[in-house]
Ligand binder design. Structure first.
Ligand code: DGY
Length: 437
C-alpha cells in the first residue's frame, strides 16, 4: 500500500472507533471502552488531523481520575455486554477515593499521558493553543505521577510496582508464567467474551484468566488499598516498561513545566527522575542476559527473560551509551535476522516464544513506535529505520491488526499474519506518526 493510502485508511479507522461520548475504543467488540494507554497513542494520531478529538481523548481519560491521583486502566463511560470483566466485576466503588462520576477498573496502565502531551505539542502547528490546553490538564498528570511515587513505591526506591499483569500492558507475557507458578487460584466460573471476537489460539487460556481474576479478587478484598495490596498481592512487580514510561513522562513534564514556568514542580520531578533512573539501572539490568528485566518484589528476585519491554529504556534515555550498545546487540542477536520482522514481544530464542499469541511473541506497533524513537535518539539510524519500515510493511501486508506474526514466512503466500482485533486504533494512530517522520 502506498503511504497516503495507509494514512487515509488509518484516519478512517480512528474516526470510526470514536464514540459520541468523547473517547475512542481500541477496536470494536473486543475492547468497547476507553483504555488508559491506548487513549494516549490514539490522541497522538488525532493530533495530525483532528486536534479537538486529540484534546477530547485526553480530557475524557483525565475526567475519570480518582481523588488520590490514580488513573484507571479502563474507564466504563458506556454500557457494553461484549467485554468481560466489566464494571460489576471490578467494583471500583470499593475504593473510598474512586471517581464518583465514572466506574472503572481498580488497576492502572503504563503512564504515557505525560510524554503524549509533549509529542502532541511537537506535532501541532498552533503551539500557543496547545500550550493553553496543556496548562489546563498537566497538573492532573503530575498528580498521577505523585500517586505512583507516594503509593506504589513501598521501599522508596524510585521504582513503582504493578500488582496485575493487565497493569503492565503486556497482558499475557510468558514472564508472568513464573508468578502463576507461585499461585493456585480457584477455578472460577465465568463467561469469556474475548474468544467470541478472536480465535482462542491468539488469546490467554482459561487458567490464565483464573489467575487474572484471582488477583483482582484479592485487591477487592482490600478495597483496592495500595498499602494492603503491596503487602498481600501475590503479583508485585517492578516492570521495566511501566517504569520506563513513567521516566519518559517525567522528562516530558519537566520540559512542559519549563514552558509554563512552574519551578517547584520541576524541582520535585527532577528529584524523582534522578532516583528512578539510578535505581532502574542498578536493579533492573541483568548482566547475565545483557538486557533490562522485570523484578519480582514479592519473591525478591529478577525474572530472567528478555522481551520487547527490555529495550523500552532506550525510549526513555535510561541507559548510558555503553549499555545502549549492549542492549542493541542483544536485540539483534535474539530478535533480529532476515527471516524475522522486528521486534517480537518476547525472546524468539526462548521455548516460551509463541509468535501467534497475544503478548507471547507477536510484534506490537506501540512497542515498535517506542523502539524507533529510542534507537534513533541513541544514533542507531539503520536499525531504527528497520523497525519503522517493518511496522509499515506489516500493516500494508496484513492490515491494521492488534498484533502481527514476527515470522516473514507467514506472509509469503497469503498475508495472514495479523492477529487479535482488527481496525485497531493504536496501530492506526501510530502509523500516522511514523509515516510523517
Ligand atoms: C484484555 O481484556 O485482554 C485487556 O487487554 C485488558 O487490559
Amino acid at each position: 500500500m502506498e503511504k497516503n493510502k495507509i494514512i487515509e485508511e488509518a484516519k478512517e479507522i480512528l474516526i470510526k472507533n470514536f464514540q459520541k461520548e468523547g473517547f475512542t475504543i481500541p477496536c470494536e467488540g473486543l475492547y468497547p471502552f476507553q483504555w488508559k494507554w491506548d487513549s494516549g497513542f490514539i490522541a497522538l494520531g488525532y493530533a495530525y488531523f483532528d486536534i479537538p478529538k486529540a484534546k477530547k481523548e485526553i480530557e475524557t481519560l483525565l475526567d475519570a481520575q480518582w481523588n488520590n491521583g490514580f488513573i484507571p486502566h479502563i474507564v466504563f463511560h458506556t454500557d457494553s455486554d461484549t467485554y468481560f470483566p466489566g464494571p460489576d466485576f471490578h467494583q471500583s466503588e470499593l475504593h473510598p477515593q474512586s471517581s464518583k462520576k465514572w466506574r472503572s477498573t481498580g488497576m492502572t496502565q503504563p503512564p504515557i499521558t505525560g510524554f503524549i502531551l509533549e509529542e502532541i505539542y511537537r506535532v501541532v502547528e498552533d503551539k500557543a493553543d496547545m500550550l493553553s490546553f496543556i496548562k489546563k490538564c498537566i497538573d492532573k498528570v503530575y498528580r498521577n505521577h505523585q500517586y505512583f511515587y507516594e503509593q506504589r513505591d513501598p521501599k522508596n526506591e524510585g521504582l513503582v510496582y504493578i500488582y496485575h499483569n493487565w497493569e503492565s500492558g503486556t497482558d499475557n507475557s510468558p514472564i508472568w508464567d513464573d508468578i502463576w507458578d507461585t499461585m493456585n487460584p480457584p477455578e472460577y466460573e465465568f463467561e469469556r467474551r474475548d474468544t467470541t471476537h478472536v480465535d482462542a489460539s491468539q488469546r490467554p487460556s482459561k487458567r490464565e484468566y483464573d489467575h487474572y481474576l484471582h488477583i483482582i479478587e484479592i485487591a477487592k478484598s482490600h478495597n483496592y488499598d495500595d498499602k494492603e495490596i503491596a503487602e498481600k498481592s501475590p503479583f508485585l512487580i517492578q516492570d521495566p516498561l511501566f517504569n520506563a514510561m513513567l521516566i519518559k513522562s517525567n522528562e516530558s513534564l519537566i520540559n512542559l513545566y519549563g514552558l509554563i514556568g512552574d519551578r517547584s514542580k520541576i524541582a520535585q520531578l527532577k528529584k524523582w527522575q534522578e532516583k528512578s533512573i539510578q535505581r532502574y539501572n542498578e536493579k533492573l539490568f541483568s548482566e547475565k542476559l545483557n538486557a533490562y528485566v522485570h523484578y519480582d518484589l514479592r519473591n525478591d528476585k529478577q525474572i530472567a527473560y528478555v522481551s520487547s519491554s527490555s529495550f523500552s529504556p532506550l525510549f526513555a534515555g535510561i541507559p548510558d551509551k555503553k549499555r545502549a550498545e549492549i542492549l542493541v546487540k542483544t536485540m539483534q542477536e535474539r530478535f533480529g535476522g532476515d527471516d524475522k520482522y522486528l521486534c517480537a514481544s518476547f525472546d524468539p530464542t526462548n521455548e516460551r516464544f509463541n509468535p501467534k499469541k497475544y503478548w507471547r511473541g507477536p510484534v506490537w506497533i506501540n512497542l515498535n513506535w517506542m523502539l524507533y524513537y529510542g534507537l534513533k535518539e541513541y544514533g542507531y539510524k539503520e536499525l531504527s529505520e528497520q523497525v519503522k519500515n517493518d511496522s509499515i510493511e506489516l500493516i500494508s501486508k496484513a492490515g491494521f491488526y492488534e498484533y502481527f506474526d514476527s515470522r516473514k514466512e507467514i506472509y509469503v503466500d497469503k498475508n495472514k499474519g495479523g492477529y487479535g482485533g482488527n481496525n485497531f486504533s493504536w496501530s492506526a494512530a501510530l502509523i500516522i506518526d511514523l509515516l510523517h517522520n
